[in-house]
Design a protein around this ligand. Sequence first.
Ligand code: SAM
Length: 197
Amino acid sequence: MVARVHKDRERSEPVFVSVRQGNEKMIEVLRIGHRPARDKRITTHVCLVSRAFGADSVVVDTADRSVEKTISGVNRRFGGDFRITTGVSWSRHIREFQGTKVHLTMYGASFEDAVVRIPKAAPVLVIVGSTKVPAQVYEMADFNVSVGNQPHSEVAALAMFLDRWFMGKELRRDFGGRLKVIPSARGKKVLDTSEEE
Ligand code: SAM
């Protein structure tokens, strides 16, 4: 049961607050190997984690309107200016990206070491795969980075990487959305800022 909490009009309007500090630049996630028939759910999770954990945008190699619609719906309700593009050539996108390319792979160098070496003052492209990642990706990346050296999931690897990148502050961001979840020990409290008092 969701308790809808009316917004107190006297309180300040919720505003979208960036997690970025000082000269930190944009961070984009590139999801490669998306197969619409099999990967809809996990690619959606890659996008949701990107948005919730501080990335500015996600690019998916294969066109998928339904994933785009899901993410746009979340933006509409929960706020922020997260962008999604699907149907993009991954090789061209990596080649043309103006910034640091970071490929998450179980074979890479430890992320604890890599995160402090990746420049914060340039845009970052974080690349995650689905099935076998083409060898070119390892060569095109500036950093091949592992989150532990066991096989697990692009969703987990991405969440861990972004959390380490932003040092936890991404979780306290106010997205300034129409719906705002009020943390509570029991039940669900959601502030709907569009409702009349
Ligand atoms: N066997 C695949 C390969 O050749 O890379 C890995 C498939 S895995 C299910 C899907 C994606 O999860 C990988 O492409 C990678 O981005 C991410 N991933 C899985 N385990 C990882 C780890 N330990 N560290 C970093 N990323 C990982």
